[in-house]
Design a protein around this ligand. Structure first.
Ligand SMILES: [Zn+2]
Length: 312
């Protein structure tokens, strides 16, 4: 009996000893952690380090833990910087997304008929396709008659282009002539109303689904931007037809259009991306810089804007 009692006492003592050691170890580790956490500035009072962290934490208001330092300093700086930079530089370019050269995106302003509506229809870099449409009834404000040859003589809408594009087109035609290539305009600007009556006619004839495969839904035609033009050789043969492909005129355009700020908008083999089959005659003005970049990188406008694929 006594032995048993002694054994129990020993065990009890051993247990208590283990507990004491364990507690001592825990306290030691905790102390180490606490000293490690304390900011270097406060370690001067080494003896109190184990207690100090608590008061410092509880002193600073819980919500403003991190910002507690910054608010007093920064607020006067950052707000004054931002407004002064952005508006003063380019107030017209506020929707900043289109400015980023590395990751451009299309700024949109809502939806219409299942299409995203572009926010800046007047931008020469605007994306208009089977996903992005112009605001309903959009009309460019600076349409002019480019001084170039057309396959017809009437002074009508489809001869018009936006001023900047018209000037570039004149340069392109002149450049082509120097190389012995004689081009003619076939069809440039087209209003939404014209596109609508055209499209409706196709729908009546072939049904909506089929009409969509070869004609643009009203508001989604690049011709409405005033930045696009279909061209042919000066004889007008193969105007807006597949047989234009491979002609000296088509090859010259393929090689030189970007120098004048134009791209072959629907290149061969990119139908799934642009939503249109190869159209060697359809030129789209995007400005020299962007045209050259797209040419150098072999990108369509959809790929440039990460707006692929077009599925409609
Ligand atoms: Zn066209």
């Amino acid at each position: 009996m006594r032995r048993n009692v002694q054994k129990r006492r020993r065990r009890g003592l051993a247990f208590i000893a283990v507990c004491v050691v364990a507690i001592a170890v825990i306290l030691f580790i905790r102390n180490e952690n606490l000293t490690a956490e304390t900011p270097p500035e406060e370690t001067s009072a080494n003896s109190q380090t184990s207690e100090q962290p608590d008061p410092t934490v509880s002193e600073s208001p819980v919500v403003s833990d991190e910002p507690s330092d910054t608010p007093s300093d920064t607020p006067t700086e950052t707000p004054s910087d931002e407004p002064s930079d952005e508006p003063s530089n380019e107030p017209s370019d506020k929707p900043s997304s289109t400015d980023e050269p590395s990751k451009p995106a299309v700024a949109t302003a809502g939806e219409e008929d299942g299409y995203a509506v572009v926010a800046q229809p007047e931008s020469v870099a605007v994306l208009v396709d089977k996903q992005y449409k112009l605001p309903d009834g959009y009309e460019p404000t600076d349409l002019v008659y480019p001084d170039v040859r057309f396959t017809f003589s009437e002074k009508i809408d489809k001869r018009k282009m936006r001023k900047e594009a018209a000037g570039a087109l004149e340069d392109l035609f002149a450049g082509a002539e120097k190389d012995g290539i004689y081009l003619a305009g076939v069809s440039a600007y087209r209003s939404q109303a014209t596109q609508k009556s055209l499209f409706n006619r196709y729908v009546k004839k072939d049904g909506l689904e089929k009409a969509l495969t070869y004609s643009a839904f009203p508001g989604t035609s690049e011709h409405q931007t005033g930045l696009a033009i279909d061209v042919s050789g000066s004889d007008g043969k193969c105007a807006a037809e597949d047989c234009f492909g491979g002609t000296p005129e088509a090859e010259w355009l393929e090689d030189h259009a970007p120098e004048y700020g134009f791209i072959i908008r629907y290149p061969e083999g990119k139908d799934a991306i642009t939503g249109y089959k190869y159209e060697p005659w359809h030129l789209r003005y995007v400005g020299e810089e962007l045209a050259q970049e797209l040419e150098d990188k072999g990108l369509t406008l959809e790929e440039y804007y990460n707006a692929v694929p077009v599925t409609k």
